[in-house]
Design a protein around this ligand. Structure first.
Ligand code: PEP
Length: 253
């Protein structure tokens, strides 16, 4: 069966010392609980802290993900970080197509597809974000928008490749706004995504793919969201920056 995953997206927050403290605190809290074997915790700090996080992760309470990767293999792309570099630093996951990257850095479904291919080729697991903006939901277009994103970013993959993908449904109107999708709204979209996967690769494959919810998820609402049949965990922004809040979500299953 598919994994339950709670992934923390730190975005552009924390200094080296603060990052070290947070990971240290998280480690001691994780040592105190025994998580179900099918649950995976992932932290996605900024690039400069990945190596430190990955050193902690060797003790194996969590895995480490990057927040972005270049859409080219290597070469003259100043400031970019390649999938091969991430693999060589033993990074396990990478967020792709986050709405902030789509909105501020022009990331398209085509870019997402290119990054997904490079990550898979280098043995990393992409966490691919999809989700509609408020106007699209208000116009009743959310299912079509997400369908286009899933098709454009992922439909070129074969059945073996898609099994290494994690999808995060993040309604953009819920990210960092304190406004969470209701469990009904989230479940409905997750079921829609799973049916898209089933139509493309078959039900058995679709049932193996973890689909996370993201958007103002916190300890107080994680339990009812995670209780939905097609919600396999969360991609957590703000609440992953405090060990207690993140733990409250991790232990919500
Ligand atoms: C995110 O940016 O991936 C996210 C879910 O943020 P927040 O939890 O802060 O809404």
């Amino acid at each position: 069966m598919r994994k339950h995953i709670v992934a923390g997206n730190w975005k552009m927050n924390k200094s080296f010392e603060e990052a070290d403290e947070l990971i240290d605190e998280l480690m001691s809290k994780l040592e105190e609980v025994s998580l179900p074997r099918d649950e995976q915790v992932i932290i996605c700090p900024p690039f400069p802290f990945l190596e430190m996080a990955s050193d902690y992760a060797n003790d194996s309470y969590f895995m480490v993900g990057a927040q972005n990767v270049a859409d080219h293999e290597s070469g003259a792309y100043t400031g970019e970080v390649s999938a091969r570099m991430l693999a060589s630093c033993e990074i396990d996951y990478c967020i792709v197509g986050h709405s902030e990257r789509r909105a501020y850095y022009g990331e398209t479904d085509q870019t997402v597809a290119a990054k997904v291919d490079l990550l898979l080729a280098n043995g990393l697991k992409p966490i691919v974000c999809v989700g509609e903006v408020l106007e699209e939901r208000e116009a009743g277009r959310q299912f079509d928008v997400v369908k286009t994103q899933v098709e454009g970013g992922l439909f070129h993959l074969d059945a073996e490749q898609i099994k290494n993908i994690v999808i995060a449904y993040e309604p953009v109107w819920a990210i960092g706004t304190g406004k969470t999708a209701t469990p009904e709204q989230a479940q409905e979209m997750h079921a829609h995504i799973r049916s898209l996967l089933a139509n493309r690769w078959g039900k058995e494959v679709a049932d193996e793919i973890s689909i996370l919810y993201g958007g103002s998820c916190k300890p107080s609402n994680a339990k009812e969201l995670f209780a939905c049949p097609d919600i396999d965990g969360g991609l957590i922004g703000g609440a992953s920056l405090k060990a207690d809040d993140f733990m409250g979500i991790i232990t919500a299953f």
